[in-house]
Design a protein around this ligand. Structure first.
Ligand SMILES: Nc1ncnc2c1ncn2[C@@H]1O[C@H](COP(=O)(O)OP(=O)(O)OP(=O)(O)O)[C@@H](O)[C@H]1O
Ligand SMILES: [Mg+2]
Length: 390
């Protein structure tokens, strides 16, 4: 169990191994142009409702691949919905590897020519967005994640796939390839385009990336389950179960065998898929179930508080897995966490992440509880779309 007495970010062991040291955000939601320098302490961001606390965390979340903590369209976050694009720039210190680098990401101003998505520069050199997962990991706990065990399967799948691409950087690329192939196949079937060769080719791509996705899931969930079995009180020990056809084949087949089987099945589904307009089979249909071991109950039947604790267990387990991967813990974004956890759970949560030297960014409307709990902190007030160091 974590030692509460160690909950002091002044402790030398608590220096973050990997941290954002400078941040600048331009034309992003309510922020026109803000700059911030951060020391080694956890960052507490406070301000009234609607002041822009979550927006700040959202901007940071774009230092990871994907669509950020709100899972939105890249173009929807531009300040006052103008066409000027947005950017987030961060100086990153990787203390363990003795590395410093600058990440710049965002959407350039819209022009007739330029309708592109998000771009990434690392030390001024263009890179694919997926490259971010090779540089750092960012995890978050937000109020929107509360329904993760109850809501739509697609949201849950996205949550777990995000955990997986933190471990296997090629996973996000495979997901993109797979989704593109799914759309292309659906279009060929729907429009009754009579081009067998094209359809064969698309299905080949679909099957290859689909098996890679399923294999990544099977492997990563197995590693993650090992970490989840040793999460300490008060966060519950849990186990993830993967429910998916291709994933289940991989329990008894090699990936090549699963590819052959998947291709056969996909071809058999052509006529039904052409009617429904969807693909009946594949990893886009899989689900993840989380079992609360002590209660022997799946997460969807647990209480709201138990679900929150299970979610934190997953984030703790994942963080430990990331440390095994390259020695670095994730940067952790905690949005409005005091609204949902009691004092004891909060202390235990902070303690876990100080122990593994994660940089923490925490938002609150009232910072007093946090101040009393965290020995040393960086206090930032958000008001009038500006940041004020307190
Ligand atoms: N594209 C945009 N341009 C300008 N302002 C925006 C844009 N998108 C959102 N906002 C503003 O950002 C504010 C919401 O910010 P945010 O969600 O970060 O608040 P918050 O401080 O986290 O509030 P709460 O305490 O209620 O969670 C709203 O006032 C909203 O109008
Ligand atoms: Mg908020």
């Amino acid at each position: 169990m974590s030692q509460h007495s160690q909950i002091n970010s002044n402790n030398i062991d608590s220096l973050p191994n990997l941290k954002i040291s400078n941040l600048s955000i331009n034309n992003f939601r309510n922020y026109k142009d803000i700059k911030l320098s951060i020391n080694n302490s956890p960052v507490i961001i406070f301000g009234e409702n609607g002041s822009g606390k979550t927006n700040l965390l959202e901007a940071i979340s774009f230092l990871a691949p994907g669509r950020g903590i709100r899972s939105i369209n890249y173009n929807d976050v531009t300040h006052d919905d103008n066409d000027l694009g947005w950017s987030v720039n961060a100086n990153i210190c990787d203390i363990k590897k003795n590395l410093k680098f600058v990440i710049g990401t965002g959407v350039p101003p819209k022009t007739k020519k330029n309708k592109s998505g998000r771009i990434l520069k690392v030390d001024k050199e263009f890179k694919p967005i997926t490259y971010l997962s090779e540089l750092l990991s960012i995890l978050w706990i937000t109020p929107q994640m509360d329904g993760i065990f109850l809501g739509e399967t697609s949201k849950r799948r996205r949550f777990f796939d995000r955990l997986i691409f933190n471990n296997v950087s090629s996973h996000i690329k495979e997901l993109n390839i797979y989704e593109k192939a799914l759309r292309e196949r659906a279009k060929i079937l729907k429009d009754r385009i009579n081009n067998e060769k094209w359809l064969d080719l698309v299905e080949q791509t679909l099957v290859q990336s689909g098996v890679k996705i399923s294999k990544n899931r099977v492997d990563c969930i197995s590693f993650l389950n090992q970490k989840l079995s040793s999460v300490s009180d008060p966060f519950p020990v849990s186990k993830i179960f993967l429910e998916g056809t291709v994933e289940s084949w991989l329990q008894s087949m090699t990936p090549s065998e699963a590819e052959i089987k998947f291709l056969e099945e996909v071809k058999k589904c052509r006529s039904i898929d052409s009617i429904t307009g969807r693909s009946k089979l594949g990893p886009h249909r899989s689900d993840f179930k989380v079992l609360h071991i002590k209660k022997n109950m799946f997460a969807e039947k647990c209480s709201t508080g138990e679900q929150k604790a299970l979610l934190i267990s997953l984030i703790i387990g994942q963080s430990k897995l990331l440390i095994d991967k390259d020695g670095n813990p994730p940067i952790l974004l905690l949005d409005d966490i005091i609204a949902h956890l009691d004092h004891f759970h909060l202390e235990c949560l902070f303690s876990e992440f100080f122990d593994i030297n994660s940089q923490l960014w925490i938002t609150a409307t009232d910072p007093e509880i946090l101040k009393s709990m965290i020995g040393n902190f960086h206090l930032i007030k958000v008001a009038d779309s500006e940041l004020h160091i307190v």
